[in-house]
Design a protein around this ligand. Structure first.
Ligand code: PMP
Length: 305
C-alpha cells in the first residue's frame, strides 16, 4: 500500500504518497496510543460523496479526548482534509483512513509534551468481507479471545491499541477456516466482530448488543437503527448470548468497511436457512440506497467532495 502514486494529507499538507513517512521512535508505534477512523465515500448520482463525514470526525475527536490527546486541527480542517484526499486522488468510491498519533520527541510511557500528528489517506477498497460474502453470507467463529472489558481499554474510543485484540481474533478465525471472528465480552455475552457490530433477527424483531458489552458505537449500527425505524422493524438493544445467535433466523455484521454483511454460520452451526435472509436483504438494500444517494431523506448524510 505504500508504493503508489497519489497524495496523502499529513499535518496540514498534501504530501506524495511514497513520502508519507514517520520516525521509528514515534510514541504510538511503541505503545499503541492513537486513534483512527474508517470512512467511506460513494459514487452517487450527484458525484462522489463521503458518508456521515461529520459523525466520523466527531468520533475521531471523541476517541482522542478519551485518550487524552489534543488534536492540533479543528474538525472543519479534518473534514476538509478528507474531502481533499478524495478529490486529489481522483477517487469515485473509496475508503478513507484518518489517524492521529503521538510523535517521537521522547519515548517514556508518558507522552506528555510530545507532538500530536494527524493524517488522512484514501484508496479504492471494495467489499471488506468479499462480494460473495455480501450475497451468500459469511462463516463466523466465536473467538477464544474475550472482547475488551469497558474499564481495561476504552471501548468507545476507536483506539489503535484496541485492534491487537481484533487482530488476534481475526487471525485465529481465518487460520481455522472462517471468514471473521465474533467476540464475547468478559461476562460471556455477545459483543461484536473484530471490526463490525452484530445484529440478529428473530420473530421479525432485530436485536443488537447494547454498548455495555464493549462494542464500538458504530456509525453503520446507528444507520441500521434509522433504517429499521423507516421499515417499521422493531429493534431491541440488549444482552445477547451466543446461543441466541445460533437459533436466530438471520444475523449480519455492520461496519464502514463491512457495510451490511450477512452471517450464514456461527461455529459451524447454520443460522436460519444458512444464507442471506429476507430481513437482512431488505436492510442491506436500504443501506445501499442511502449511501449511493438514492434516498433523499438522508441526503444530509452525504458530503460532496
Ligand atoms: N466495531 C469495531 C471493532 C470496528 O472496528 C468497527 C469499524 N469501525 C465497527 C464496530 C463498526 O463501526 P462503524 O460502523 O462506525 O464503521
Amino acid at each position: 500500500l505504500d508504493d503508489r502514486d497519489g497524495k496523502i494529507w499529513m499535518d496540514g499538507d498534501l504530501v506524495d504518497w511514497r513520502d508519507a513517512k514517520i520516525h521509528v521512535l514515534s510514541h504510538t508505534l511503541h505503545y499503541g496510543c492513537g486513534a483512527f477512523e474508517g470512512v467511506r465515500a460513494y459514487k452517487t448520482v450527484d458525484g462522489t460523496a463521503i458518508f456521515r463525514l461529520a459523525e466520523h470526525t466527531e468520533r475521531l475527536f471523541n476517541s482522542a479526548k478519551i485518550l487524552r490527546m489534543k488534536i492540533p486541527f479543528s474538525p472543519e480542517q479534518l473534514n476538509e482534509a478528507q474531502k481533499q484526499v478524495v478529490r486529489t486522488n481522483n477517487l469515485e468510491s473509496c475508503y478513507l483512513r484518518p489517524l492521529v498519533w503521538i510523535g517521537s520527541e521522547k519515548l517514556g510511557v508518558s507522552p506528555k509534551g510530545n507532538r500530536i500528528h494527524a493524517m488522512v489517506a484514501a484508496w479504492a477498497w471494495g467489499a471488506y468481507l468479499g462480494d460473495e460474502g455480501m450475497k451468500r453470507g459469511i462463516r463466523v467463529k466465536t473467538s477464544s479471545y474475550t472482547r475488551h472489558h469497558v474499564n481495561i481499554t476504552m471501548t468507545q474510543a476507536k483506539a489503535v491499541s484496541n485492534y491487537s485484540n481484533s487482530i488476534l481474533a481475526n487471525m485465529e478465525a481465518l487460520d481455522d477456516g472462517y471468514d471473521e471472528a465474533l467476540l464475547l465480552d468478559a461476562s460471556g455475552f455477545v459483543s461484536e466482530g473484530a471490526g463490525e457490530n452484530i445484529f440478529v433477527v428473530k420473530g421479525g424483531v432485530v436485536y443488537t448488543p447494547d454498548l455495555s458489552a464493549g462494542a464500538l458505537n458504530g456509525i453503520t449500527r446507528n444507520t441500521i437503527l434509522h433504517i429499521c425505524k423507516d421499515l417499521g422493524i422493531e429493534v431491541v438493544q440488549k444482552r445477547i448470548t451466543r446461543d441466541e445467535v445460533y437459533i436466530a433466523e438471520e444475523a449480519f455484521f455492520t461496519g464502514t468497511a463491512a457495510e451490511v454483511t450477512p452471517i450464514r454460520e456461527l461455529d459451524r452451526i447454520e443460522i436460519g436457512q444458512g444464507s442471506r435472509g429476507p430481513v437482512t436483504e431488505k436492510i442491506q438494500s436500504a443501506f445501499f440506497d442511502i449511501v449511493n444517494g438514492r434516498n433523499p431523506k438522508y441526503a444530509h448524510w452525504l458530503t460532496k467532495v
